[in-house]
Each structure stands twice: as C-alpha cells, then as structure tokens.
Ligand binder design. Sequence first.
Ligand SMILES: Nc1nc2c(c(=O)[nH]1)N[C@H]1C(S)=C(S)[C@@H](COP(=O)(O)O)O[C@H]1N2
Ligand SMILES: [Mo]
Length: 314
Amino acid sequence: MPDDVRMEPAATTKWQPAPERLAPPTTGVDDLYVIGHLGIARVPGHSWRLRVHGREFTLDELRALPGTEVQAVLECFGNPLRPDEPVRRAGNVVWRGVPVATVLDLADAPEGPLLWAEGADSGVFDGTPCSEYLKDLPLDVVRDRGVLAYECNGEPLTAEHGFPVRLFVPGYFGTNNVKWLRSLTVADRRPEHLFTTTLYQRVPPGGGDPEPVRDLDVTSLVTDVHREGATVRVTGWAWGSAPVVGVEVGLGGRWAEAALSAPVGGPHGWRGFTTTVVPGPGEDVVVVRARDDAGRRQPLEGVRNACHAVPVPL
Ligand SMILES: Nc1nc2c(c(=O)[nH]1)N[C@H]1C(S)=C(S)[C@@H](COP(=O)(O)O)O[C@H]1N2
Ligand SMILES: [Mo]
C-alpha cells in the first residue's frame, strides 16, 4: 500500500439509513449507505493517479476532460457471505465524471473482453488478506456506459464514497463500482481474487454455472406506509437492470396494481410507486412485488430480492 493511502478501521465501513430516509427522489449523500469491505481508504487527491496501460491521469486532468452526468440507483448485492439475505441497501444519486471510454482511448488501451478495475484499499476480509480491492467487468458494457465519477450530487466524492474517483456502471450491482480507483487494465481472462472469482458469484436466477453478480435484480423498497381513514397508503421505489413495468401491493392475499411514476433522472433511476389498500381484520402486513420488461418478478421469499414486507401501523 502506498504510504499516502490510510485505511480507517472496519467499524466505520458499514452503514445504512432507515427506509423512510430514502423517500426523496434523489438520495442525499448523507443518506447513501456505505460499504467498505477492507475499511475506508483516505486517499489524498494531489498525489493520486489513475493508471491505465502506462498512462497516468491526475485528478485535475480527469476534471478537465469533457464530463458526463448520470442519475442511477446504486444498490448493494448484500453480504457476500450470506448472498440470499435481503439487505435493501440502495440510493438514487447523480454521478458526474468522465466516460471510461474517453480515458481508455486517450491511453490507447487494447481491445479485450474484460476490464480489471483496482481500488487502493487494502486489509483483511473474512480472514483473507487483500492488497487491493479488485473487480472485472465486460469491457463493452463499461465502454458503453461506465463513468469515472469524481462528483456525487454536485459535490466532490466523500472519502466514504470513493474520493477521489470511483467507477460507476449504471444497472450493475454496487460491488462492481470500485471506489478509490487506482488502475484500469484491459484483460482477456478473469483475475483470481477474493472479490472476483470467490465471492460475488452466484448461480443465475434461471439456473446454470455460477457467474459474477453484475446486472441488478428486479426489486422494490417501501419507504412509507400510513393510514388514511379506512385505507392504507403504500409508497416506495422499484428498479432493476431492465425497466420496471409494474408493482403490485399485496395485503391479506389480494394484490393491487400500484401507480408508477417515470424513472427519476434517467433509465437507470428508480421509479416511484404508490397505491392504497383496504385492510380487513387482522391484515397487518403489506408486501410489495415489482416486475420488469425482461419478464422477471420478485420472488416472495428466500432470495436477496425477495418482496419487502412491512407492518401496517396501528
Ligand atoms: N474499493 C472498493 N470499492 C467498493 C467496495 C469496497 O469494499 N472497496 N465495496 C463495493 C460494494 S459491495 C458496494 S455495495 C459499493 C458501495 O458504495 P458506497 O459505499 O458508496 O455506497 O461500493 C463497492 N465498491
Ligand atoms: Mo455491496
């Protein structure tokens, strides 16, 4: 680890807001969950460099390149040691930065199927020492929509969220969005690493061989349930890698189709849903189920994107 990168202990590395904090269409940076498997890296901006096939970019150089902005959901896959457990860590924020393609072109990067992205954080996760955080992603997808983000919601990234620069790929699980990014390398094979070939692998929902977790599942989150006279209003957000086309709210075995609003900020932002339901005696839990235009629907239970079930307040 270079001397100028300081790791903060694991106690500060995991945080998430209560669901009601996620009611605003754009999530405040203070309400954006934080995950750092190895701790939080404190990286000084002046000495930081992004290495890309022999080229080095300073933060000022990146900021001087033509920028782009994308609002999209950042969502955590969950604890990689318990991959079936829903954690509902997500936010919908605005990223500003440089398209990854711009930097790959300036560096004359070769072609290849994969892009390795390395973060400057180091430490121990689940007993395994790591000299860096590492992910590998399909180069065509990253070239198409990946951003080297240096701002979130119009402000420089905070240390928790990856200062000076992080990778962001709309539609992909949070684990792929490498914080404290320090190098990008085009490659023709997957790297062996705790965070690539060991953890964050799963049998895809349709079955088959384990694959790296990339495309977001279809999912939804309830941010508010309150009584309005004899009815109960249920409100929240739904999103996934494919466009959400419907959200149903269940109560006592009956399902009501909710009204949907347009995705907030762009195609990879979340969509609002709201509806009212009328509880019968003893019906005190609402369940929300989203579906997308790829034909996926949230399972009721047993998986990480199982339906969110929320008690009806008295
Ligand atoms: N360098 C580095 N990048 C990382 C991680 C990490 O531990 N180290 N965690 C990943 C995971 S699992 C998630 S969900 C997101 C969380 O981003 P946030 O803390 O900004 O919300 O960062 C990803 N990028
Ligand atoms: Mo995560």
